[in-house]
Each structure stands twice: as structure tokens, then as C-alpha cells.
Design a binder for this molecule. Structure first.
Ligand SMILES: Nc1ncnc2c1ncn2[C@@H]1O[C@H](COP(=O)(O)OP(=O)(O)O)[C@@H](O)[C@H]1O
Ligand SMILES: [Mg+2]
Length: 457
């Protein structure tokens, strides 16, 4: 009997859409940055520095260290961090947070920080999974009356016959697998395998016993699987330590690694405690020592790092030295400021000196008019808009004189204003109208007449 539960990874959704045009650092193989490449414009020195960091990470020389991207707002710090993680590959976890995210009334801040550290540490597990594999000899959905009434019938179980070189088996499966089987377009005579624990189904190809049948489409013929129908098979899986924490905190039948761990630990914990994490670390270390699993340190990006307080910084120092630490990238747009949580200790970027000493600091600089114009152009293309040359110049001008963010944010409303007056592309007047409708920070402050108390009148 096959048990069906599907556990989805709980990785965060990619919530940054302002950076969709960023594809990578845009470096040549020799590490030199092209003026415009990978969606990036300018910021050449910072991109090359990030390229060196990528090499350090690949050579595993980053432990105990972290990167700080320091520069004014809208100079591409977040974009650089994202590009850096793209360079490391898709299987590498990337966990972006903002300094202030860790403050909550429910969770201790170091706890929140720890959780994000574990989101950024991946584990590649080579597991031997229990599978059913063979050539499909029978595929019969069993129907019953729809329990909700009505005329339709629902499928209660699926009978499936599988044949391998050594024998054959008849399985009675849950209807949810039937969907998977339909999606893979499985028919009698195909070779498939079904994972026993997750119910995932994969069509391998057409059995070569049918190779002579008349077939117009190119089909991949595979031999009938060797061995028994029910057997163990090696499968590679990527999870983060946080996935393991969650899965073990709320025990559920599911991915194999979870249930294997369940056998080794008391399965009744319902909360992620330090103890639970320690237990998981122990099991993980054991797997690593046995060569079953491999650590894949990812990237933890902490934006607005001056929002962290002295306790968090102490924690960070220690966490960086741990044997399993992700690459930590910090970003700040502050110069000298008071370290949060202290009375009056002023330090660069609001970061204590002992942490500063561990940082590779990469500065980012403001863009010149031409670079701003190129960035605006890229965004126009990414957002699928059309814009007149003169209007483009006007947006770029706002980007240079006011801020890049303000300029980029004008694009979408301007396109709506343009459409309202029936124009095909954004014109100068649309940009001007949006600039009147939406103030930038400087004009907004100036427009408010106060009585000196700080309140508006
Ligand atoms: N060099 C660049 N090339 C292309 N786009 C950029 C560049 N620098 C910044 N951007 C874009 O400008 C916007 C603001 O940049 P962002 O990375 O958020 O700045 P920061 O994090 O330094 O405040 C984002 O949409 C970003 O993708
Ligand atoms: Mg940012």
C-alpha cells in the first residue's frame, strides 16, 4: 500500500520584482566587468569585487568573514547581492531579509536571526528511496458514485500493474496519484516509477518490448527495469536546514529524509527549539560524515544592517565562526551612526568594530546621467513599456537630480496616464503630470507648512 503525502519546500517566494532585470554580475571570464551586461549598468568596481567574493566562496575561503555593501540609497546594493547569489547557482539558497524584520513580539530576535541563518544553509542529500518501478501492464481507475451527489462519478482508487525483469506487482493507489499519472500521459506499455513515500510519479519512457509498433512520433524506448518492482533507488534532494527544522517540529509523513530523521529522534516536538536544532545538527553531521549528505552554504542578505542591535551583532559574530555558516552579505546606506541598543557608541554604519574588522567592504557609488538613462531604458524594456525619447530624457533627468528610485517609480504611473489619453507611448507630458501628482521626498517635505512643532497644520 502506498502512502501519499506531498511535502512542499517552504522556501520563500522571490518577492523582489524591482530587480527582475538583474541576471548576474555580468563579468567576463577573466573577472572584468563589462560596462553593461547581465542587466547591470556601471558600478564596475563593485561588480568586480563581488566577482572576487564569488571566487572566495567557491574556494571555501569565506568562513568567519562577511561582505558589507556600503553606499547611498538606489546605488544597486540589493541588486548586487541578488546578482551574486545568481552567480553561485540556482541550487544555492538565497535568503534576503531586512534588519528590522527580526523584531517581533512573538519570537526572540536572535531566534529570528537563527531561523534565517538556517534558511540560507542548504543540504544536498543522496537518499535511497523506496520506489515501485516497472512497465505498466494495467491501468484501471475504479469509480464510485460521487459522494457529494450529482451525476458525476469520482475515482476512488487506481489499480496499476507493474512488470519488471524479475516479477510483477499489482498496486492499489490513491486517486491523487492518478492525476500525476495523467499529467505524465502514462499508458499501458510505458515504464514508470512511483516514489513510495511521496507518491510522485515519473514516466521514464516506452518499454522497448513495443519498439516495433508503428509510431510516428519519436519515442524513447527503455528496457524493462532490472530487479524487483518494489526496490530502493538513489535520489538526490535539496533541502535547507530550516526545512528540516519545520518538518521535524510538525511531524508528518513525507519526504524521506524527514522520516529517516524521525526514526532517530523523538518525533513529538511541535516547536522549533534549540534542542531540536541541536538534534538535527547532530543527525546532519552524521550524514555528512557518512557521505550521505553534503552541505551547500547559501547567501543570507541582511539589508539595512544598522537596524540590528548590539545583541544581534554579538550573535552574528559567533554565527559567522560556526562550522556551518552561510555567506553573509550586509548592506547599509548609513555613515557614522549610533549602534542600536547602546547609549551613545557611534561607529561606522552602526556596526560594532569587532564585526567591522571581519568585513570585506564594497562601496557603491552614485550613477552619472548616462548610466541612469541606460538603467531607465532597461527597466522600460523589462516592464514592457513604450516611451518617447524626450520622455526618457525627462525620467533620466529626475533620476540624476532627485533619485534613481523615484525616477523608476514614475514609469508605471506614466504609462497609465499615457494610456488614459489614448497615446501608444509615454510622452513628456505624462512624465510631467506624474511628477506633479507624486511628489519626491524633498518637495513633499517642503510642501508641508509646519508651525515648528513637527506637526502639519
Ligand atoms: N547598476 C545597475 N544596473 C541596473 N539596475 C540597477 C543598477 N543599480 C540599481 N539598479 C536598479 O535600481 C533600483 C534601485 O537599486 P537597489 O539595488 O534597490 O538600491 P539599494 O539597495 O542600494 O538602495 C533597483 O530596481 C535596481 O534593480
Ligand atoms: Mg536596497
Amino acid at each position: 500500500m502506498v502512502q501519499i503525502t506531498e511535502v512542499k519546500g517552504n522556501s520563500r517566494e522571490n518577492r523582489i520584482s524591482t530587480h527582475t532585470h538583474i541576471k548576474g554580475l555580468g563579468l567576463r571570464p577573466d573577472g572584468i566587468a563589462e560596462k553593461q551586461s547581465g542587466g547591470f549598468v556601471g558600478q564596475v568596481a563593485a561588480r568586480e569585487a563581488c566577482g572576487v567574493v564569488v571566487d572566495l566562496i567557491r574556494a571555501q575561503k569565506m568562513s568567519g568573514r562577511a561582505v558589507l555593501l556600503a553606499g547611498g540609497p538606489g546605488t544597486g546594493k540589493t541588486a548586487l547581492a541578488l546578482a551574486l547569489s545568481h552567480e553561485l547557482g540556482t541550487k544555492v539558497p538565497f535568503c534576503p531579509i531586512v534588519g528590522s524584520e527580526i523584531y517581533s513580539t512573538e519570537v526572540k530576535k536572535t531566534e529570528a536571526l537563527m531561523e534565517n541563518f538556517r534558511r540560507a544553509i542548504g543540504l544536498r542529500v543522496r537518499e535511497t528511496k523506496e520506489v515501485y518501478e516497472g512497465e505498466v501492464t494495467e491501468l484501471t481507475p475504479e469509480e464510485t458514485e460521487n459522494p457529494l451527489g450529482g451525476y458525476g462519478k469520482t475515482i476512488s482508487t487506481l489499480l496499476i500493474g507493474l512488470k519488471s525483469a524479475k516479477g510483477s506487482k499489482k498496486l492499489r493507489l490513491d486517486p491523487s496519484i492518478y492525476e500525476a499519472i495523467q499529467k505524465e500521459r502514462v499508458t499501458v506499455g510505458d515504464v514508470i516509477y512511483i516514489e513510495a513515500n511521496t507518491g510522485a510519479c515519473k514516466r521514464v519512457g516506452r518499454s522497448d518490448a513495443f519498439a516495433t509498433e508503428f509510431d510516428l512520433e519519436a519515442e524513447e524506448y527503455v528496457p524493462i527495469p532490472k530487479g524487483d518492482v518494489h526496490k530502493k533507488k538513489e535520489i538526490v534532494q535539496d533541502v535547507t536546514l530550516h526545512d528540516l527544522d519545520i518538518a521535524n517540529a510538525r511531524p508528518q509523513g513525507g519526504q524521506d529524509i524527514m522520516s529517516m530523521m524521525g526514526q532517530l529522534m523523538k518525533p513529538k516536538m511541535t516547536e522549533i527549539t534549540d534542542k531540536l536544532r541541536e538534534e538535527i545538527n547532530k543527525v546532519v553531521s552524521k550524514y555528512i560524515d557518512q557521505g550521505v549528505a553534503e552541505l551547500v552554504p547559501g547567501v543570507l542578505f541582511i539589508d539595512e544592517v544598522h537596524m540590528l542591535d548590539i545583541e544581534c551583532f554579538t550573535y552574528l559574530n559567533r554565527a559567522l565562526e560556526s562550522r556551518i555558516s552561510p555567506v553573509v552579505i550586509l548592506a547599509s546606506n548609513r555613515g557614522m551612526c549610533t549602534i542600536r541598543g547602546t547609549e551613545d557608541i557611534v561607529a561606522a554604519h552602526g556596526i560594532p568594530p569587532d564585526l567591522l574588522a571581519r568585513l570585506l567592504i564594497v562601496p557603491t557609488h552614485a550613477y552619472d546621467a548616462e548610466e541612469v538613462k541606460r538603467i531607465v531604458k532597461i527597466r522600460v524594456a523589462t516592464e514592457g513599456l513604450a516611451i518617447a525619447e524626450a520622455a526618457l530624457d525627462k525620467v533620466a533627468e529626475a533620476g540624476t537630480n532627485i533619485s534613481l528610485r523615484y525616477a523608476l517609480q514614475l514609469l508605471a504611473p506614466a504609462s497609465i496616464v499615457a494610456r488614459c489619453r489614448g497615446a501608444q507611448e509615454i510622452g513628456v507630458q505624462d512624465v510631467a503630470e506624474c511628477q506633479d501628482l507624486f511628489l519626491d521626498a524633498g518637495r513633499s517635505a517642503a510642501a508641508m507648512v509646519g508651525d515648528g512643532s513637527g506637526f502639519l497644520v
